[in-house]
Design a protein around this ligand. Structure first.
Ligand SMILES: Cc1cc2nc3c(=O)[nH]c(=O)nc-3n(C[C@H](O)[C@H](O)[C@H](O)COP(=O)(O)O)c2cc1C
Length: 164
């Protein structure tokens, strides 16, 4: 029944954060599928509160760079997702005590789904959790209630991939 047990383990355990990328853009189909996979994770109360925003232009990218304490791979990555939750939706169902923790948990699950799927597709990712929310919310003019938790860098990894 679990014939592929060790293949699955090897697939998951071979993932590494990728911070150097080939100058290759991913097809929009691939981006769309990765987003769908992100949205397919478990979510508190089955709410549709997660947002995955593709950062599409250089101005927005610079804001993300600044909003991650100037981590260079955020600038280098061919694609960036900003992932978070619309907390207003969570607030409608849950009281204050749960809003922040569910917001974070939902977002990180979405990110991890994408990380694993991307790895399976041969696409490298780096989870960037050190973010300055104020810089990102103000800079990207996020709507009220939108609470960003992480940035995901995506791209085809270079052979000389190195750490931070
Ligand atoms: C909560 C969290 C926050 C992280 N924040 C950052 C970050 O801000 N910048 C970065 O380059 N990597 C970040 N990482 C990635 C870790 O540095 C990385 O996963 C860890 O060093 C293990 O390496 P590996 O992913 O290659 O296995 C973060 C990972 C987690 C889980």
């Amino acid at each position: 029944m679990w014939d592929n047990l060790y293949d699955v383990r090897d697939k998951f355990c071979s993932r590494k954060s990728v911070r150097n990328y080939l100058n290759v853009s991913l097809d929009q189909d691939v981006i769309k599928v990765l987003m769908e996979i992100g949205y397919s994770g478990p979510v508190s109360g089955g709410l549709r509160c997660v947002f995955i925003k593709e950062i599409s232009n250089s101005e927005e990218k610079y804001i993300c760079y600044k909003g991650t304490y100037y981590q260079k791979h955020v600038l280098r990555a061919p694609h960036i997702f900003l992932i978070g939750c619309n907390d207003s939706i969570i607030e409608e169902k849950y009281n204050g005590e749960f809003v922040n923790i569910f917001s974070c948990q939902n977002s990180v699950i979405a990110a991890q789904n994408i990380i694993i799927a991307a790895h399976e597709m041969g696409i490298g990712t780096c989870f960037v959790g050190a973010i300055r929310k104020d810089v990102i919310i103000d800079g990207l003019k996020l709507d009220k209630g939108y609470n960003p938790w992480c940035i995901l860098c995506l791209g085809i990894g270079r052979d000389d991939n190195i750490g931070i």
